[in-house]
Ligand binder design. Structure first.
Ligand code: 1HE
Length: 268
């Protein structure tokens, strides 16, 4: 049973976003299905508000969407009158908001279905684990709209699928199916229709049960280490692993394993 988050915990969310709670998992729901969850400025600001106002006891976030589609990307109705300076400010607004997802306090699981296009794919790419339902498909229609990605897509999407595939998507309008998205690494879980929420929630609960320092290391240190030169990476890894293992939580968990009180790493 999901309890609505008390309003004062995540104040100021627009009507296009809904916050709920299931135990240690905070759930953010894109709730503008009549516009296919297109992201207007108010919604992007609301995303930033949500991720910077998470309750202390939330250990993971589940990002889901109402209606037939995850997200149709940028609200195209808002861009007609924008000049260059405003365009830059707008892109920076998205960057700021999505940074609070990627480098926020807790890991974020996204459940994808239907259209995951343009800024919707940029949003999904800022999350840490992507669960797709079979209806999901991925496109970057910016090319055909005469614009370019502006929500961090050119930084994050090539790191998921490679520059060549992103070029192909943008230049030719190529659309990847859910199966293809799974093969090329957009999603790491692929589920039948209607099963994404339950699996996503299960994964988010598992994540929330990890040692907080482990989640910190994975979200904050791992991507930086992966982008470092190898020598810096090895040094950072040595530091991070020594800090993590010195934590009392790690010691308790290691003791639990040695005393046969912890689950083994075997397939279930
Ligand atoms: C929208 C938007 C939107 C739908 N901005 N209003 N994104 C795109 O180029 C994708 C544009 N959208 C679509 O291609 C289709 O809407 C979908 C494939 C996602 C869904 O199709 P469908 O048949 O279910 O819905 P629809 O009838 O097209 O749309 C329903 C309503 O949502 C309709 O409004 P209505 O007032 O006529 O009912 C649409 O106008 C509205 N709608 N998508 C505004 N995107 C930081 S840079 C990021 C750059 C980008 O993201 S570019 C890619 C933009």
């Amino acid at each position: 049973m999901n309890d609505a988050l008390p309003h004062h915990v995540v104040p100021g969310l627009p009507a296009s976003l809904k916050a709920e709670r299931d135990g240690a998992v905070a759930i953010l729901r894109l709730s503008r299905p009549e516009k296919r969850n297109a992201l207007d400025d108010e919604t992007v600001r609301g995303i930033e508000t949500f991720f910077t106002s998470l309750p202390e006891d939330a250990g993971a976030v589940l990002l889901v969407a109402e209606g037939e589609h995850f997200c149709a990307g940028l609200d195209l109705g808002e861009i007609r009158e924008r000049g260059v300076t405003e365009g830059i400010a707008h892109s920076r607004l998205w960057h700021r908001a999505f940074e609070t997802i990627q480098f926020g306090r807790v890991p974020v699981v996204a459940v994808l279905h239907g259209a995951v296009v343009g800024g919707g794919l940029e949003l999904a790419a800022a999350c840490h684990v992507r669960v797709a339902e079979r209806s999901a498909y991925y496109a970057l229609p910016e090319g055909s709209r005469g614009i370019f990605v502006g929500g961090g897509g050119s930084v994050r999407i090539p790191r998921l699928i490679g520059v060549a595939r992103m070029m192909d998507m943008m230049l030719t309008g190529r659309i990847y199916s859910a199966d293809e998205g799974q093969q090329i690494g957009i999603s790491t879980y692929l589920l039948d229709q209607g099963q994404g929420f339950a699996r996503g929630l299960e994964l988010a609960k598992h994540i929330a049960g990890n040692a907080p320092l482990t989640n910190f290391a994975v979200v904050q240190a791992l991507p930086r280490i992966a982008e470092s030169d190898p020598a810096s990476g090895f040094a950072l890894e040595a530091l991070m692993s020594s800090i993590a293992q010195a934590d009392p939580e790690a010691k308790a968990r290691l003791r639990a394993f040695l005393e046969k009180r912890a689950p083994k790493a075997t397939p279930t």
